[in-house]
Write a protein that binds this ligand. Sequence first.
Ligand code: PLP
Length: 436
Amino acid sequence: MDGDGIGPGSRSRELFERAKNIFPGGVNSPVRAFEPHPFFVTGAKGSRLYGADGEAYIDYCMAYGALLLGHAHPAVIDSVMAQLPKGTLYGAPTELEIRFGELIREAFPSMEMLRLANSGTEATMHAIRAARGFTGRKKIIMFEGCYHGAHDAVLVRAGSGAATFGVPASLGVPEEAAQNTIILPYNDIGALEGAIEREGDEIAAAIVEPVMGNAGLIPPKSEFLERLRRVTEAHGIVLIFDETITGFRLAIGGAQERYGLKADLTTLGKIIGGGFPIAAFGGRREIMESLSPVGRVYQAGTFSGNPASVAAGISVLQVLREAGGKAYQDLERGSRRLQVELTDLAADLRLGVQVHGIASMFQVFFTPHPVTDYSSAKLSDTKKFRAYFQGLLKQGIFIPPSQFETCFLSLAHTDDDLHRTAIAFEGALRAAADCR
Ligand SMILES: Cc1ncc(COP(=O)(O)O)c(C=O)c1O
């Protein structure tokens, strides 16, 4: 199996029928569902995912950005295999956790203290509570189309699956739970400064994806993050950089390294677990010391600091540290190559698209208009996107199945993978162009 995929076949269709009987929509996370049915995975290695019909895909979803080293990286597998016989969960602290925490802080000096959690959702939930407890204020700012996980305070006009499936305001979130969330357009400095001028003294935190990766890929305009930093600082608002995607992705030190900024609190997830569930949140010592048992903000987790996840995380961070800046340059070069292919092919086909990319992330929006925020992203032609997605899938290339997600390269993608992908782009874009 070498990437000459044929798309999902009859075995995956049968499994989907069975899955629909037991899991809502046949899946355990909504973004995994797509028409007519997803492929079911039997294994993965490097840049490849293997499907139940014996097909192979070059994977640009990479578990929604979690697998910067690629699938089943030997360093991750070896470290977890070495840990497992020693126990899977202790309910008591370990030296491993300290080592992991120190490695994270080396990369993110703004995280003077941190706590481990199990998912990005948990990390942002705890970070927001810490900010509220520390400031004694209730309101938070979030930016439309950003996704900070599936908890009440941030499931308001959110991106990712919430945008894909048209439920930006989820049923089941009481109005009261979201009434303290102020939603602002991303990249709009005027709206931000206006809101802070009006309500700054009541705002505990502003949470942002420094690069939006959940409404397609939308980089910050120049100055946006700097002004956000300045205005939050001036009003005693805790600035939370949700680096669940960007942490260790834009650079070792994430968006904060890339843009030369320091957040008050940072949330990390995805990459830091090498495919195992783990996340972290942390920042200024005085905020983090509001947490129980030192302070009166409660936060806890049976599985927090799970030794298998921590062992995996340590190996990922060590591999990245050794690989250094060159690895990030190579990734960015690979991603640029694909972006140039997409841009040139779309121009040849007279297809109006916006191709965005930063570091090892990229996405193509099927709209002739510039995309700078959620409302401009929503102008994209999702039918064309679907044709493009299906066109790639049939040729053995898997990207996240939504216009409102982002494609990710990993260190396991080879020149040959990129070459095959560039060839597949042509057919897929042609399918999009033919789709009316
Ligand atoms: C920026 C961001 N924050 C938080 C989350 C939630 O993370 P998890 O799915 O691990 O709960 C995600 C997930 O996609 C994310 O992209």
